[in-house]
Design a protein around this ligand. Structure first.
Ligand code: IMP
Ligand code: MG
Length: 188
């Protein structure tokens, strides 16, 4: 078996909050839960692009073949290039698959105010006519509000990047999640 060395920490990262192995373990568990809940059915996983791209790819591979998995993405904009939300999500890319009467799991990188997830649930159910909409989020900054049916980890209210999460489109490819050094966004 080939042993992979841990990735070196990027110089703009203050500290790692979720190591690659922790993420992969939790994604396997979430895949197991979805495999149980959707066994024998067709499940449409819709990733919120681009932040959930890595999570979506790993999650899809963690779901057992007893579930027929369809994949799509939806584009939503609310953050621009800053580190705080403006609270008014808008659709920037609509899914290609037919969504009416489908069982959807929205795959999101991180929930902060909850505005994106709230808006998308309404959009998928009321506008696009999905039969059911659940949310699978890797991280939630306010997990006590229980806004995701499937949650990877609670997250401190700090700005994090990596494993799909960006700051001004950078750092998405890091295989771990880390806190960005404030000097990076303060000097922008
Ligand atoms: P909400 O609508 O306030 O819940 O914000 C959720 C969206 O904001 C997520 O889809 C992320 O794209 C982005 N976001 C929230 N917190 C962070 C963070 O710490 N790092 C990177 N993106 C974040
Ligand atoms: Mg996002």
């Amino acid at each position: 078996m080939v042993m992979l060395a841990p990735s070196p920490i990027h110089r703009d990262i203050e500290r790692v909050v979720l190591a690659e192995t922790q993420i992969q373990q939790r994604v396997r568990e979430l895949g197991g839960q979805l495999s149980t809940d959707y066994a024998g059915r067709t499940l449409t996983l819709v990733g919120v692009f681009a932040g959930a791209a890595l999570f979506l790819a790993d999650l899809a591979r963690a779901i057992a073949p007893t579930v027929t998995v369809h994949l799509d993405v939806v584009g939503v904009s609310s953050y621009g290039h800053g580190t705080t939300t403006n609270g008014r999500p808008t659709i920037t890319q609509i899914p290609e698959l037919p969504l009416a009467n489908r069982d959807i799991v929205l795959v999101e990188d991180i929930i902060d105010s909850g505005a994106t997830v709230w808006f998308l649930r309404e959009q998928f159910q009321l506008v696009w006519g999905a039969r059911s909409v659940r949310v699978c989020a890797l991280l939630d900054k306010q997990p006590h509000l229980c806004r995701a049916e499937y949650l990877g980890f609670a997250c401190d209210p700090v700005f994090v990047v990596g494993y799909g999460l960006d700051y001004a489109e950078a750092y998405r490819g890091l295989p771990y999640v880390g806190v960005l050094k404030p000097s990076i966004y303060q000097s922008a």
